[in-house]
Design a protein around this ligand. Sequence first.
Ligand code: NAP
Length: 250
Amino acid sequence: MKIMHDKIAVVTGASSGIGEATAKALSKLGYRLYIGARRLDRLQEVAAACGATALHLDVTDAESVEAFVSALPDGVDILINNAGGALGLERIAEFREADWLAMYQSNVIGLARVTKALYPRLLAAPGGVGHVVNLGSIAGFETYPGGAGYTACKHAVRALSDTMRLEWLGQPIRVTEIDPGFVETEFSLVRFSGDVERAAGVYAGMAPLTAADIADVICWTVTRPAHVNIDLMVVRPLDQARVDKVYRRN
Ligand code: NAP
């Protein structure tokens, strides 16, 4: 008789945007989900919608990561390293140190911290092969004035993804990086400290990607046969040719 196992997925930053959409999409594929973020009320709403276990998580805090991971099962099939984002748009001559430190803590060190903590569980993936999916960005290989704090972080994510693949060669863990262009989520609202008008201006007159578009791509990468590793996927809106080259209809 075939022994069935639960497929386990962990999504960081699942209280909104891409993380929320990915949790919902993975649950439809039959994964048992553990989701983390700081806003527990929002996270619990997502958990209720997709039968997930909601756990408080601040990836910038080592103790929080430790508590989060200790509540997970011993084996995990998929880790979606999604928590992160941008803060501000100041040029290098005027950058705000607290913003840059916070971006590094969440996008770069937080990603590495969660991955390190889950590594033994990924090696014990119930399905036999673990899979880490890192949310990078087109900011991981393009730059723009005012974007250096964030682009440097996402360039670092590219280095982390490549290094994971090198260090784990011969081990049963796949590593994928997803690099989206503009996705309309709470990303710009967070970047501009809750300024709704400024955030809306980012997507004015163009058709951005949706969080569901990226969730769809993530689901495709994790459902390839176990010997296939999708290294990197760049996904842009049709209206965006470069991070700073956007076609607007008005
Ligand atoms: P979002 O709607 O703002 O979602 C960000 C998520 O990350 C939230 O759930 C937030 O939850 C969580 N988060 C932030 N800091 C965290 C921390 N310290 N600990 C735990 N969770 C944290 O933005 P999004 O667009 O979905 O962003 C998701 C990822 O995609 C990010 O890595 C972002 O850089 C990347 N990305 C976005 C775009 C885009 O255009 N939107 C493009 C390329 C890449 P809490 O605040 O509740 O903790």
